[in-house]
Design a protein around this ligand. Structure first.
Ligand code: AHR
Length: 494
């Protein structure tokens, strides 16, 4: 039995556009080549930033972009990336292939990139090898609207007006590459940073480092430490976990079982969110602190012939299904999940965009972001999903994957419904019922589908792209036919 019910008489919360955030690290070809080519490049650019990438990202509407890492962040000293470009130091990127980091792309360049794309910047500070002073001065450089030396430095760098950066992370993966702290030791560090980092007239949104995967113990120990030493939870607004669902097979070569296996691994995001928010509720019952997943996505073996430390991977329709089902989970938890950042924007891991010199393509995952953008700012609605399951084999055991997933949101008289059919080869008829007295007057839909291995290449960049799909949405009951292996976005006028 398969059935969707959408309850228009109730609501979850407004969907924060930052749920549709990205992550761009100084790793491989994400920043250099992906975003930044320099003003002298033959690739059309605006002040060194690729025009084709900016135009493509504007359509995907990332609410926020996290930068400069990742592991890179806890070895980054922001003063290296400001001032005249020819005077900036050359450093070794110790985490990602020991390549030389020229620092041509720094604070001003990143904020310019965000403004061009229409996203808010989210800076990650250095806890592992940096200092409280460094982060406190970075916020002053960005935000102080007065006559201090750092504000003068910003003006000399080209921005007399404050850069107005709201989102600040206190370290990255501080349980690992960010310093190998225990939750208690990180709690002590966080308290010092939270005491000195301030907005200079702007309300900052300060984000603490959460666990790897669903490590509930990290969360409990961190919040217990914070409550003991810092009882009012001052200056902590968000708490960020990371979850990579990994791979099954490779990016483009997998069996039908592995197709299901990876989508199934992606769905682990739901228990993670449920259990992390429950652990947070015990210490923050009024739910003032938002749950953030500021790194997530698939992680395949790197493409043959590329530098393994550059984490370059292809992106297929299977990645699109993982992205879509994850975004549906975040929408359904919009009352707690305030931001997520898929890893990473360009040329790294589950990228939205791939580039090869002057060529650029939007991946199936990128198309999902564009299709799902109408959810941003809508009110998430409770959705009931009854779905048949498919049984698949992974490592000699049998598992079940529910075939249908989805989420719904409302903006005025427009109901937006996103659904996925994970079946590798069969379309599914899905009865939809609108509860709460709502009636559909009309509807239109788009679909992303194809062969389960379908992906875009530089020679064939449009193999996977959204197409219009016929639907009839009238009254309170109607049926949608979801093609095999598909992501469907339906706009319904009430
Ligand atoms: O996204 C790649 C890396 O994965 C990040 O630098 C790190 O935070 C995570 O382990």
């Amino acid at each position: 039995m398969t059935k969707i019910t959408v309850n228009l008489a109730d609501s979850i919360s407004v969907i924060n556009p930052n749920i549709y955030g990205h992550f761009a690290e100084h790793l491989g070809r994400c920043i250099y080549e992906g975003v930044w080519v320099g003003e002298d490049s033959a690739i059309p650019n605006t002040g060194g930033i690729r025009n084709d990438v900016v135009a493509a990202l504007r359509k995907l509407k990332p609410g926020v972009i996290r930068w400069p890492g990742g592991c890179f962040a806890d070895d980054y000293h922001w003063q290296d990336g400001v001032g005249p470009v020819d005077k900036r130091p050359r450093r070794v990127n110790i985490h990602w292939g020991e390549v030389v980091e020229p620092n041509s792309f720094g604070t001003q360049e990143f904020v310019r990139f965000c403004r061009l794309v229409g996203a808010e910047p989210y800076f990650v500070g250095n806890v592992g090898s940096g200092s409280v002073r460094e982060l406190r001065e970075w916020t002053e450089y960005c935000n102080f609207d007065g006559d201090s030396t750092l504000a003068q430095q910003r003006a000399a760098d080209g921005s007399p007006e404050p850069l107005d950066v709201t989102y600040w992370g206190v370290g990255n993966e501080n349980w690992g590459c960010g310093g190998s702290f225990s939750p208690e030791d990180y709690g002590t560090e966080f308290r010092r940073y939270a005491t000195f980092v301030r907005g200079f007239g702007k309300q900052l949104y300060v984000i603490a480092c959460g666990p790897s995967n669903n490590d509930v113990e990290w969360t409990v120990r961190f919040f217990r430490k914070l409550r003991t030493d810092f009882w009012d939870f001052r200056n902590i607004h968000g708490y960020a976990a990371h979850y990579y669902c990994g791979t099954a097979g490779t990016a483009t070569e997998y069996t039908v079982d592995q197709w299901y296996e990876l989508i199934h691994k992606g769905l682990f995001m739901e228990p993670l969110v449920v259990q992390q928010r429950a652990a947070m509720d015990a210490y923050d019952p009024r739910r003032r602190i938002g749950l953030i997943i500021d790194e997530w996505g698939t992680w395949h073996p790197t493409e043959p012939g590329t530098n393994p430390r550059f984490l370059y991977q292809q992106n297929s329709l299977r990645d699109a299904l993982v992205a879509a089902t994850s975004l549906d989970i975040f929408n359904r938890h919009a009352d707690k999940v305030v931001m997520t950042n898929i890893a990473q924007t360009i040329n790294v891991l589950q990228a939205m965009i791939l580039t090869q010199e002057e060529k650029m393509l939007v991946t199936p995952t990128g198309h999902v972001y564009e299709m799902y953008a109408p959810h941003q700012g809508g009110t998430a609605l409770p959705i009931g999903i009854e779905s048949e399951s498919v049984t698949f084999k992974a490592r000699n055991s049998e598992n079940d994957l529910p075939l249908i997933a989805g989420s719904a949101s409302l903006k005025g008289k427009r109901l937006f419904l996103t659904l996925t059919n994970s079946h590798a080869s069969e379309s599914l008829e899905v009865p939809v019922e609108l509860l709460g007295g709502a009636e559909a007057r009309s509807g239109s839909a788009r679909v992303l589908t194809g062969d389960i291995h379908a992906h875009n290449t530089f020679d064939a960049p449009s193999v996977v792209q959204p197409e219009a799909m016929d639907v009839t949405c009238e009254g309170s009951h109607f049926v949608l036919t979801l093609p095999a292996a598909s992501v469907v976005a339906v706009e319904i006028q009430l």
